[in-house]
Design a protein around this ligand. Sequence first.
Ligand code: PLP
Length: 566
Amino acid sequence: MGVHAVTNISTVELPNALTCAGVPARRLKSGAFNGGVAAATSSEFFKSKSLCKPLAKKWDRIIDRLSKESKSRKASSLKGAAKYLAKPGLISLGGGLPSSDYFPFEHIEIRVPTVGQFSEEETKINGQNVKIGKHDVPEGRSAFDLAIALNYGQGTGSAQMLRFVTEHTEIVHNPPYQDWQCIIDVGSTNGLDTLYRMFCERGDYVISEEYTFATAVETAAPLGVKFLGVKIDDEGLIPEDLDQLLENWDEKARCGRKPFLLYTVPSGQNPTGSTQGRARRQEIYKVAQKHDLLIIEDEPYYFLQMQPYMGPNAPPAPLPATHEEFLNSLVPSLLRMDVDGRVIRMDSFSKVISPGARIGWITATSQICERFTRNCEVSTQNPSGFSQVILHRLLDEHWGHTGYLDWLIFIRKEYTQRRDIILQACEKYLPKELASWTPPAAGMFHWIKIAVEKHPDFGKREVVDIEDDIFQASISECVLLSPGSWFVAERGARHTGLFFRATFAAAAGPDMTEAIRRFSIALKKVFEWEQMTCIPRPLSFRVSKKKFGDGECKYLYHTLTFVVLA
Ligand code: PLP
């Protein structure tokens, strides 16, 4: 393709990758840890000092493109004063931080899996009770306690959690520039809202895959920000299409500035389940360089990259045997190739720990993180103290980085098994002539393409109406799949594809199989498939429909189906 990289991303050498084993030494080197009440903190305290890495590009354009709202944000005076609290002997009468004497929680206790015994059953038997007390820090039991966590905190998130996610980010992605940072947020939906507010004015466009995470569109819409979709294939967003869209951007025709934000979900994309391979990511990055885009890399499913699908009833591929093997098996992130500092990566614990924790984080240049923090300070203030202290105790002090990677390998195995069940059900029940799919390599979603052109009314009715018939028929059969039209990036635009999204994350194995069987019945009904494919049946079925009531007709229909298929 005709896109030339501004900075050659393929030659980036990543020095001194932090490993799990290297974390204790890193912590020692960082010196005394300040994790007191509302401690001012930054990833800079917890990262390797990689002086051989270049600094991120200085982005005057970022300053230009900041929204009026973001430009006008000042640092919170009250949060700023918290830095003085670390001064030995200081008595504060300054802030409105209540005394922990009045927090009505002496301790909380959680029961969590022991490393290597992660299943619910194993946890019941061999799990460990972990007690989180109010004064664990002064009593030397932990680096974090309820007195700190349940007080006001900083817009960056707590020092304790920030240290963990900064180290984790370095272990997994090792960003190739020096001045990257992490900021903890209240999950990626909150991250997105913040980023739109930072970089968009009403009337601006954000570019994404043509089918995309509905909440990303719906968070933008009330801010007057429109989504525009780029064509996709099995590997997600097509870079050439992105390039063409931007190359031919006509501000007047589009009634909007040339877009500055690309929103993409590279792994296990929601809803299509597609995963961009390494080369695809590099091509997308080059287009972003050419058109000077910021990339929002939304990656809640990054660690749900699964084992390769081996086909029905094939033995599963062996899991990665070591942490190194596991990390090497993951497609490198856009952050990992981000030589310019144009990627804002969003991570979330929602899909790998629990959505109700409402904790995620962004990784971006210090310049972007500074503006992001200003927004958090006066909106969420800080993520929930309960969530932070519980996650910290589990991830940092109970499992540690290695145990967390073990957990991620465990859920990789679980999701692989679930994915395989749904694929086998689809192979068994869905007629190949009507339904097709690509086995997802990551995420929670299976995207089923329906051959709408085979519908008897194709060309006479809108595709969304046929889609709705299938949806309604599915509900009648007691199964719910999400129609593809719910995920169209460009709301209001006419779309011609017919897809359904099924998740393999939720239902138990036998239920998933049954759900696909029911969906297949609904699909065949709407397409009058049995009548089309079984020559002697159409007449007899149509006649019988007149003769019998609805219930009897259904019975007869099933009986006939059984006979014909047998
Ligand atoms: N991004 C994508 C692509 C998602 O699919 C989801 C949830 O479905 C989210 C973000 C939401 O993440 P969070 O729970 O961290 O807000």
